[in-house]
Design a protein around this ligand. Structure first.
Ligand SMILES: [Zn+2]
Length: 244
């Protein structure tokens, strides 16, 4: 995000210099972002890597109980997620991803593509390699990135209150040491434990709207002292003390 501001400033200086020198300046760098820059407006029917990158950023807006596919195909579900993202940030909500939407994403992301309120470091307190889990290191890291964008949406929906993570990716060794289940989603990089505030019940209730198929909280065995959010193939929500 910061580097983008510097680049814009540099661009303006360069435009000024070029104008003085009487040379032609082509536009296009004004939106350069340190992580990823979109170069076209995206809407239903679009496909490609730029759509996939967009889907990662709006993965936290699939609607209640749903999960957005990160497949590079801009279908109705992606349009609906973009609309919810736009509504959440007070943008014109048309389900089309153009400059307004991309600029909001640029403002929300760091140069390593994580959302500004979360880091790869806090998503992996086990090792620095992301290896030793149930999937490849690159897959675990990619899963964690999507999880962080879901957390960013959850955080915003809960009133922009800070969320405190206590565990993310775990290798089998780290998972055994933590007493995690042998099939724990922490082994895949998308399991996230939250402590602190808001209350665990507030977190797990709201998480149902933000793309988490696995939600465990108070009343579920071993989850009275944290909220656990993750991805999985089919829905498994249990937090009996919260009415879930
Ligand atoms: Zn957990």
């Amino acid at each position: 995000m910061f580097r983008r501001a510097v680049r814009v400033l540099l661009t303006l200086v360069m435009i000024g210099s070029a104008a003085l020198a009487g040379t032609v300046v082509t536009a296009g760098t004004a939106h350069a972002d340190g992580c990823y820059t979109w170069n076209r407006t995206l809407s239903q029917g679009s496909s490609g890597e730029d759509v996939r990158q967009l889907q990662i950023r709006v993965a936290g807006y699939p609607g209640y109980g749903a999960v957005l596919a990160i497949d590079g195909e801009y279908g109705p579900a992606t349009a609906a997620a973009v609309t919810r993202f736009q509504q959440a940030y007070g943008l014109g909500a048309d389900g089309v991803a153009g400059d307004q939407t991309f600029n909001k994403i640029y403002a929300l992301q760091d140069n390593d593509c994580t959302p500004i309120h979360f880091t790869y470091g806090e998503m992996n307190r086990c090792n620095t390699s992301w290896s030793g889990g149930a999937v490849s290191a690159s897959q675990a890291r990619a899963n964690a990135l999507v999880g962080m964008w879901k957390l960013e949406a959850l955080r915003h929906a809960l009133g922009d209150r800070p969320l405190t993570t206590s565990s993310g990716f775990r290798s089998y060794a780290c998972n055994n040491a933590a007493g995690g289940s042998a099939t724990s989603r922490h082994l895949y990089g998308d399991g996230i434990d939250l402590t602190g505030t808001p209350t665990f019940c507030q977190i797990v209730r709201q998480a149902r709207y933000h793309g988490f198929r696995e939600i465990l909280g108070p009343g579920y065995s071993g989850h009275d002292d944290h909220a656990h959010l993750a991805h999985r193939s089919s829905r498994f929500w249990s937090a009996p003390s919260c009415g879930i």
